[in-house]
Design a protein around this ligand. Structure first.
Ligand SMILES: Nc1nc2c(ncn2[C@@H]2O[C@H](COP(=O)(O)OP(=O)(O)OP(=O)(O)O)[C@@H](O)[C@H]2O)c(=O)[nH]1
Ligand SMILES: [Mg+2]
Length: 133
């Protein structure tokens, strides 16, 4: 798993009914794994790439949160922009162990947030803890 690097505009974050939390990031960053952990509190040691969309609902006592992951490989990145207006929060997951691809991740992150400066953002630096077994 990882750590939260940036939590932008947290003072303005309010839960918005019928809007999703978008979970984006390059392929292999760990989006599905993070969602699986949030939903089940268990670690899954291998996951298949998300070929499209992966919707996950998590209920707490008084509310339901809907997360939407969009696959991070090239063909699916064109959908990221389209789905931004449907989200009230963006969680951008980065594979912090993959130093070579950090500039690519940064480029895509900026493409998403520069035109949407009011969108609350969490950057999640994943793969800080090595999963064994
Ligand atoms: N060591 C380690 N491996 C991880 C961690 N999180 C995910 N992985 C592994 O990284 C690989 C990719 O994880 P996914 O969760 O499928 O990545 P994704 O961002 O959903 O990828 P796409 O669906 O292709 O966009 C899998 O083999 C995971 O088991 C982590 O924190 N540490
Ligand atoms: Mg995935």
């Amino acid at each position: 798993m990882g750590v939260i690097l940036e939590f932008r505009k947290y003072d303005r974050v309010t839960w918005v009914k019928n809007k999703q939390i978008l979970v984006l990031g390059l392929d292999g960053a760990g989006k599905t794994s993070v969602l699986h952990f949030l939903a089940s509190n268990t670690v899954r040691h291998s996951t298949a790439p998300t070929l499209g969309f992966n919707a996950v609902n998590i209920s707490s006592e008084d509310r339901q949160m809907e997360f939407l992951e969009i696959g991070g490989s090239e063909p699916f990145r064109s959908y990221w922009d389209m789905y931004l207006p449907k989200g009230w929060l963006l969680i951008f997951v980065v594979d912090s162990a993959d130093h070579k691809r950090l500039p690519e991740a940064k480029k895509y992150l900026h493409q998403l947030i520069d035109p949407n400066p009011d969108l609350p953002l969490v950057v999640f630096a994943n793969k800080q803890v090595f999963i064994t077994g």
